[in-house]
Design a binder for this molecule. Structure first.
Ligand SMILES: NC(=O)C1=CN([C@@H]2O[C@H](COP(=O)(O)OP(=O)(O)OC[C@H]3O[C@@H](n4cnc5c(N)ncnc54)[C@H](OP(=O)(O)O)[C@@H]3O)[C@@H](O)[C@H]2O)C=CC1
Ligand SMILES: CC(=O)C(=O)O
Ligand SMILES: [Mg+2]
Length: 421
């Protein structure tokens, strides 16, 4: 990142007031009567109603449109375990994106927990406050058990965004990129650098979309995950294959696809040169990708290049997923975000990239024409049609798969956040 951009980012966060988000009041508070309704004595009435039936919390409080973004700060972007407080700008940032793109209110919560169990207990005890919980930047392997137990204990959608949000967007972008490169997901050989939360979920979803497990080679800090290793946790072990390959260079030789969910500057031009013709490179580590797009495109011109960043073409980032997935889930009061809803989101994002791009989106990204192709494999986050299409697809899938407690909303499809009820 340039020094200018670093300073601009600090100034953006500091001024004119610290942080990126605030709470707003939604009811009149001008008169003594207003206060008698909002607070004592009037507030006692909804209290009594909720005590009689907890479902009334959705009627009389902000619960139904409120999502908690919760982290322990153990895997903040690709920066590592910098602790809960340091994760706050990212969690506030997720709150901004939820609100801006899907009209969802967010409380960001940073938990200083000494163990996964302490984290689980903390989240379980506050879960009733919210309509849904977005777990964020919690490292593997702890994140898998944390999510599993919370899903079991809570009756609202629990969604670890780094796993499922990332996987949904990666799958959507990958299906399009492979199509544009004339390759099929069933035959593509895939190298995944990283074996954590995002990597494991992305590879699982690519397999659901047709990738062959035996065509996937996953690597962690120690190299290729192969069946001769005795240091693998159960999540990595699922991807262990019989192979003599040991290093990233071995793995990438002749591969069709590189997916980076690891750390900065780990893919060298020398290794990139050895990949198959017309490769797909998703260097998704944030803020610094596994290879800079400039360097990758200078090294060879037959690739499709994507990163997780807003300042390059092809932003493969979970921002294209989580706001709209939660919108659809909340609006049908889904009890979970299940596989059917995830697949519906993949297809909606993938298909939207093939439609003509509205002028306001073109202008928001600098005015150059955008159309389905090597530099536009996936929609832009500022495309308002994501709200329309992804929320509708997710809500419909929730209804069809039996996890919705409400029917498909009469006010759908949504054209903007102003349509939200
Ligand atoms: N674009 C997007 O939307 C998203 C991008 N990401 C990015 O993915 C990355 C991982 O995030 P997440 O899965 O949540 O974190 P985790 O901590 O769960 O996993 C990190 C993984 O990266 C591996 N890794 C780290 N450094 C290296 C290295 N030098 N060589 C090989 N492997 C390495 C780790 O290996 P080991 O197991 O050996 O420790 C681990 O498997 C981050 O950079 C993050 O920004 C994440 C979510 C969304
Ligand atoms: C985008 C995101 O969630 C991450 O990099 O962790
Ligand atoms: Mg994250």
């Amino acid at each position: 990142m340039s020094e200018d951009l670093k300073q601009a980012a600090l100034d953006y966060h500091a001024n004119p007031r610290p942080g990126k988000i605030s709470v707003e009041i939604t009811k009149p508070t001008q008169t003594s009567r207003d206060l008698s309704l909002a607070y004592s004595p009037g507030v006692a009435e909804p209290v009594r109603e909720i005590a009689k039936d907890p479902e009334n919390a959705y009627r009389y409080t902000a619960k139904g449109n409120l999502v908690a973004v919760i982290s322990d700060g153990s895997a903040i972007l690709g920066l590592g375990n910098l602790g809960p407080l340091a994760s706050k700008p990212v969690m506030e940032g997720k709150g901004v994106l939820f609100k801006r793109f899907a009209g969802i209110d967010v409380f960001d919560i940073e938990v200083d927990s000494e163990s996964p169990q302490a984290f689980i207990d903390t989240v379980a005890r506050i879960a009733d406050t919210f309509g849904g919980i977005n777990l964020e930047d919690i490292k593997a392997p702890e994140c898998f058990e944390i999510e599993r137990v919370l899903i079991e204990q809570c009756n609202i959608p629990i969604f670890h965004d780094d796993q499922h949000g990332t996987a949904i967007v990666t799958a959507a972008g990958m299906l399009n990129a492979l199509e544009l490169q004339g390759k099929s997901i069933e035959e593509a050989t895939i190298v995944c650098l990283g074996a954590g939360a995002a990597a494991v979920a992305c590879m699982k979803l690519l397999i659901s979309c047709g990738a062959k497990q035996e065509n996937i080679m996953m690597l962690d800090r120690k190299g290729v995950i192969h069946s001769g290793r005795d240091d693998l946790n159960q999540y990595k072990a699922m991807f262990a294959i019989d192979t003599d390959k040991r290093t990233l260079a071995d793995a990438c030789d002749g591969a069709d696809v590189f997916v980076g969910l690891s750390g900065p500057n780990l893919l060298s031009p020398e290794i990139l040169k050895t990949m198959a013709p017309n490769p797909v490179i998703f260097a998704c580590s944030n803020p610094d990708p596994e290879i800079k797009p400039e360097l990758a495109l200078e090294t060879r011109d037959d690739l499709i290049m994507a990163t997780g960043r807003s300042d390059y073409p092809n932003q493969v980032n979970n921002v294209l997923g989580f706001p709209f997935i939660f919108r659809g889930a909340l609006d049908v009061r889904a009890t979970a975000i299940n596989e059917e809803m995830k697949v519906a989101a993949v297809n909606a994002i993938k298909d939207l990239a093939k439609e003509p791009v509205p002028q306001d989106v073109v202008e928001a990204y600098g005015g150059d024409a955008l159309s389905y192709g090597k530099d536009y494999i996936i929609p832009k986050p500022l495309d308002g049609r994501l709200l329309t299409k992804v929320s509708a697809a997710v809500a419909q899938a929730a209804v069809d798969s039996g996890v919705a407690r409400f029917p498909y909303p009469a006010h759908y499809p949504l054209n903007s956040v102003d349509d939200i009820k």
